[in-house]
Each structure stands twice: as C-alpha cells, then as structure tokens.
Design a protein around this ligand. Structure first.
Ligand code: NAP
Length: 488
C-alpha cells in the first residue's frame, strides 16, 4: 500500500494529467460565478430565492462553474417564483444533487507503473426519470465541473419530453496522452467502481468530451462482465450491441435542427449563411456536416491547439479530412492540409477571423467565448449564436449578445439532441427492438422542434428571452414533479 501510494505520488508529478491530481480549473470569468455576496445576489430581489442562493454560495463557494450555472437559472426563474412562491422549496432542492460519488481509479500504464486518477458521478435528480448524463475524461475535470454539467443536464433532459433524470460524471484522466491499451485499462478500472451505482432503471451514463464510442465499448464490456447483464445501462453503444441509429450524429444534427427553427422565426434559412463551428469533436463534426447539407458555409473549425480557416467554406471532403484526423485522440488540426485555407496554431480560437460571420456554433467546451470574443462576432455581423457545447459563452458574453439583439440558442435546449436519442436508445434496448435511421431522425427532428416550441412559449408568456424561456419550461416540469413527490 505504502509502496503504491509513494509510486503514485512520484508519477503524479512526473506525468501530469494521465495520473496526476487535477490542476485547478480556470478562474471564473463571469460576475455570476463570484461568491462575493453583493455580486452574487445582483438582480435577485425575490426574498426566498435570495435565501436559497446564499445557502448555495455558502456550501459551494469553491465551485465556480456550478455557481455560474445556478445563478444563470435563478435569474431566469425569478419571475416564475414571483407568481408561484410555493416552488421556491423545489428550486432549493434542485440546487443540491441527490448523491455525489467520488472514487479512486487505479490502473497500470504500459510500463507497468501504478497510476491513480479521481472518478466522479454526480446523480443530480431522479424526479422525472432515472439519472441520465455523460461521462467526461479530461484533464481538469473536478466536482464543480461535474456538478455544473449535472445541474444543466437536469434542465436539458426535462426539455426533451422524455422521462429522464439527470447526472454527470467523469475523471481527470486525459485519454489524449494515453495509448489505446491504457485507455482500455482505465475504462475497466473506472467501471469496476461505477457499476455498483448505475443500471438501466437507476443511472444510465453516456459519452462526453474524451468519451466516444470506443470508450463506451470498454466501459460497457466491463459492466457486462461484472454484472452478467446486457441491459441499457449505458448509451452511445455501437449498433451491434444495443446502440441506436443516429446517436453519434444526434447532438450536432440537433443543434442545426434547433437553429432551423430560430432562423425560420426570423424568416431566414441557413442556406448561404457564413458560420463558425468551434471544436472538431463529436458535436462539432456533425453540426458542420448538417450545416453543409443545409447549404451553409463553414468557415472555421478548431481544437484545443488552434483552428482551421477556409475563406470559401469547408468542402465535404475537407470536413471528412478533419473527421479522419480527429478519429484518434492524438489527432491535431495542425495535420490538416489544404491549398485554399490555413491553420492557425498557438491555442488561438476562431473568434478572431476578420470576415463577415452570420452564425456562430460554439461546440468545444465551457466558457470558450468571453465578452471580447462576443464583441468580435457582433462587430463582424453575427446575428445568431447557437450553443452546441455546454455553457460555451460566459454570462457577460450572453448579456452582450442580448444587448446587440443577437438570436441566442442556449445549450440546454439546442444541444439536447444527444440525450434525446440516448433516451430513444434506452427505449429500444428495453423493448429489444431497433428503429431505422429514418425513424430515429424523424423523432429527433420532432423533439428539437418541440423543445424550441416550449422554450419560445415560456419566453412569450414571461416576456423574456429564448434562453430564459428554456430554463423556465424545464424548471416548471422538474419543480412540479419534485413538489408532487414531497421532501424526499
Ligand atoms: P469531443 O468529441 O471530445 O470534442 C471536444 C472538442 O472540443 C475537441 O475538438 C477538443 O479539442 C475541443 N476542446 C476541448 N476542450 C477545449 C478547450 N479547453 N479549448 C478549446 N477547445 C477545446 O467532445 P464532444 O462530445 O464533442 O463535446 C463537446 C461539447 O459538447 C462539451 O461541452 C460537451 O459537454 C457538449 N455536449 C456533448 C454531447 C455529446 O453527445 N457528445 C451532448 C451534449 C453536449 P482537442 O481535440 O484538441 O481535445
């Protein structure tokens, strides 16, 4: 034991995030994330809501991402609580996860050395269905990030119209620095603890950053080996062992289906629009693919090291090249080759391109657009921002978009397509059937349109934005279920 612990500590400092403690998250960029009492309660006049927020800040003052997410929703639901003060207790309940599990994930690297990472599963709410939400394997993953993602998931899942509760989890293990066999051993060790907390009627994880079809395969294999059950305990599986058609494409396609509704409201369409898509992972790739189908121009895509800029828009072949580079965790956009475009490195982001930009689809990670980047977008004509990633725009960036009259599609609504098709995967697994690609796609379009309708209806009823409308519609669904079930 002592030998292992010592070896691990030495390796942590030597090897960074593959086996080390998570580095501190970036400092919060928004005022909403500050636990400073005045800033934290800014704009909140409802007495009961102020008391709830004071309690959250006191308990979770060291969790900036989580505080930011709570503040954003609290501001939106304040008018609802003024009409229906009896729901304040439900909001308080919804700010505290039902269960938070933190566990050790030991594994052996290719040289036979011991490694240890930290695993998380935050089971946020099972009020309207079993816990449901992805796993993220990335340097820097910590409790605050899992709680913020789980909190957001609760609202997103409620919007899908499906009976899905909310959870999120992951680890500070980063597959980008690991070999395939190390990823497999890590996934098996992670599941050796996680299996006791999940199940098809209890908690159903899926993928997120760093967890794609391959990792879900390893996780599912270990779950099946330990439990002896081949059930719908994980979604995002391959088609040949219980996956659903369209699950890989669902989040990115869904973002574009949601954008279709937003543009239609303004009497416009995506055809010919000049778009930036950030990221080049699962969500970004399929968002870009559907944009090309719509006849839009995708001017740029990015990764954590830089971005690709194509002044005339990516061709289908160029997008395929990016998808093939990114098929491996080690793939970098700097490998991209083109005579018509360029690669810009040094960790620069595409929100600096000096050209007309009509629409931005941030599909990489949280807080990737700050207020300066938001200004650059509006200075270059941007009229639509639709969030593919979770909370990619800081609170100040969102405020700037609102002030400038930009139509803003919030993540909780716009990127719900992934979890919606995960819900459809659970339904197919339980009954033992498989819908065709056309059937799943049709259901996905219907769900994204229905999410847009309910967010818009709530926004009209309360005289607010689409983003606040999405929060309100989702809040009402979960809060009423919480209230009906009593203080449990
Ligand atoms: P992914 O396949 O792992 O891709 C993530 C992409 O974002 C990669 O291109 C990555 O670059 C880039 N990225 C990650 N961290 C970054 C950073 N700090 N700065 C700049 N770029 C960064 O993950 P994904 O599944 O597409 O998820 C992307 C976002 O969508 C996340 O916010 C996730 O929570 C959200 N989301 C995903 C789903 C889903 O079904 N997958 C559903 C709903 C929401 P590198 O390649 O260099 O790492």
């Amino acid at each position: 034991m002592t030998k292992g612990a010592t070896a691990t500590a030495q390796q942590q400092s030597a090897n960074g995030s593959r086996g080390a403690a998570a580095p501190a998250p970036p400092p919060p960029k928004s005022a909403g994330a500050s636990a400073d009492a005045d800033t934290w309660l800014e704009g909140i006049s409802h007495e009961g809501l102020r008391r709830v927020l004071e309690g959250v800040a006191q308990r979770d003052h060291d969790q900036p991402e989580f505080l930011e997410a709570v503040h954003e929703v609290a501001s939106s639901v304040q008018p609802v609580l003024e009409r229906r003060p009896e729901l304040v207790d439900a909001f308080a309940m919804m700010c505290e996860p039902e269960r938070q599990i933190i566990f050790r994930v030991p594994w052996l690297d290719d040289s036979g050395a011991w490694r240890v990472n930290r695993g998380f599963r935050v089971q946020f709410s099972s009020a309207i269905g079993p816990y449901k939400g992805g796993l993220r394997f990335r340097e820097g993953v910590n409790l605050s990030i899992c709680k913020f993602l789980g909190f957001e998931q609760m609202y997103k899942n409620a919007l899908t119209t499906l009976p899905l509760g909310a959870a999120k989890g992951g680890s500070d293990f980063d597959p980008r620095g690991a070999s395939d066999s190390e990823v497999q051993r890590f996934c098996q060790s992670f599941m050796t603890e996680l299996y006791r907390h999940i199940g098809n009627r209890m908690d159903v994880p899926a993928g997120d950053i760093g967890v794609g079809t391959k990792e879900i395969g390893y996780l599912f294999g270990q779950y099946r080996r330990i439990t002896g059950r081949h059930d719908a305990s994980l979604t995002g599986k391959r088609l040949d062992f219980g996956g659903s058609e369209v699950r890989p494409e669902a989040t990115g396609f869904g973002v574009v289906f949601f954008a279709d509704c937003m543009l239609a409201d303004a009497g416009e369409e995506l055809k010919g629009k000049r778009c930036i898509v950030s990221g080049s992972g699962n969500v970004a790739q399929y968002c870009a693919m559907k944009l090309l189908d719509r006849g839009a121009k995708v001017l740029a895509m990015s990764d954590s090291r830089g971005y690709v800029y194509e002044p005339e828009g990516l061709t289908k072949e160029q997008l395929e090249q990016i998808m093939s580079i990114k098929a491996s965790h080690k793939g970098r956009l700097e490998q991209y080759k083109s005579d018509s475009g360029q690669y810009v490195g040094d960790r620069r982001k595409p929100y600096e391109i000096d050209t007309q930009i009509d629409c931005a689809f941030p599909c990489a990670t949280q807080n990737e657009i700050d207020v300066d980047e938001a200004r650059h977008l509006t200075d270059h004509g941007c009229k639509y921002v639709i969030e593919g990633a979770n909370m990619p725009c800081t609170a100040e960036a969102v405020r700037h978009f609102e002030e400038q009259g930009v139509a803003f599609g919030p993540a909780k609504a716009a990127n719900a397509g992934g979890v919606a098709v995960s819900g459809l995967e659970m339904a197919q697994d339980r009954v033992g059937i498989m819908w065709t690609r056309e059937e799943v796609c049709k259901k996905l379009v219907e769900i994204m349109h229905s999410i847009h309708r309910s967010a818009k209806a709530a926004a009209e009823e309360y005289g607010t934005t689409l983003a606040a409308g999405a929060n309100i519609a989702a809040f009402l669904k979960v809060a009423e279920a919480v209230q009906a079930q009593g203080a449990v």
